[in-house]
Design a protein around this ligand. Structure first.
Ligand code: GSH
Length: 199
C-alpha cells in the first residue's frame, strides 16, 4: 500500500485528491513540515513525500504525475505532444500560480516576523492577476486545461485556487472562475476535502 507523509492541510492534499481520483488504497501519516517524521524522507523537511515500497518520491507534482502514469489515468503518455502541453500547464501552475500564493503565505505567516516584507504581497497580487489573464487565454472554452480530459495540472491549479481565495486574490468572474469551481466540485475533490477537514 502507498504511504503518504504530510499534513492534509498542505500540498499533501493534492496527492490525497489524486488517490481519490484513482480509487486507490493509501495510508496517510499526518506529519507537519520540518518534523522529524518528514525529515527522515525529505532532507528539506517539506511535505508531501510518498513511500512506494522502499522508495521515496518527494514533491507533490512529481508524486501525482507518477501516480497518474503508473495507473494510466488523468494523464497523456510521455513522449506525446499532448503530454508536453500538459507538462507546460503543470509548470505554469507551479511557477505562476503556486509561486504567487506561496510568496504571499511566506510573507504573511510563514517566515519569522522580522523577515516578512508586506510590500511583496502587492507584487504577488499583480502576478496573480496577470496569470489569470494568461489562463483565460490558454483555457479558452475547455472544461479542463487539456480539453475534455481532467489531467494532473488541473489538480495543482484548482488546489492553488483555494489558497488564492484565502489570500485575498480574486477569482476572475469569467470562464476561469467557472473552471475553478468545476474542478473543485469533482467527487474526488470533495472526498479529499472531507479527509482534510477531519485531519
Ligand atoms: N514543490 C514542493 C513544495 C513543498 C512545500 O513547500 N511544502 C510546504 C507545505 S505545503 C512545506 O513543507 N514547507 C516547509 C518549508 O518550506 O520549510 C511540492 O509541491 O511538494
Amino acid at each position: 500500500m502507498y504511504k503518504l507523509i504530510g499534513s492534509p492541510k498542505s500540498r499533501t492534499f493534492r496527492v490525497i485528491w489524486m488517490f481519490e481520483e484513482l480509487g486507490l488504497d493509501y495510508e496517510i501519516v499526518n506529519a507537519g513540515p520540518r518534523t522529524e517524521e518528514i525529515i527522515r524522507y525529505n532532507p528539506s523537511g517539506k511535505v508531501p513525500a510518498l513511500l512506494v515500497d522502499d522508495e521515496v518520491i518527494i514533491d507533490s507534482s512529481a508524486i501525482i504525475q507518477y501516480l497518474a502514469d503508473r495507473h494510466g489515468q488523468h494523464t497523456y503518455s510521455a513522449g506525446t505532444i499532448e503530454r508536453a502541453r500538459q507538462d507546460s500547464f503543470l509548470h505554469f501552475a507551479n511557477d505562476d500560480l503556486d509561486g504567487a500564493c506561496w510568496v504571499i503565505a511566506k510573507h504573511t505567516f510563514i517566515l519569522p516576523k522580522e523577515l516578512r516584507v508586506r510590500e511583496v504581497v502587492n507584487a504577488c497580487k499583480w502576478d496573480w492577476d496577470r496569470a489569470m489573464v494568461i489562463l483565460e487565454k490558454r483555457l479558452g472554452d475547455n472544461q479542463y486545461v487539456m480539453g475534455e480530459k481532467f489531467t494532473v495540472p488541473d489538480i495543482v491549479i484548482a488546489h492553488v485556487a483555494g489558497w488564492a481565495k484565502s489570500s485575498d486574490l480574486a477569482w476572475p468572474d469569467n470562464k476561469v472562475g467557472e473552471y475553478f469551481s468545476r474542478v473543485r466540485s469533482r467527487p474526488a475533490f470533495k472526498k479529499a476535502w472531507e479527509i482534510r477537514e477531519n485531519s
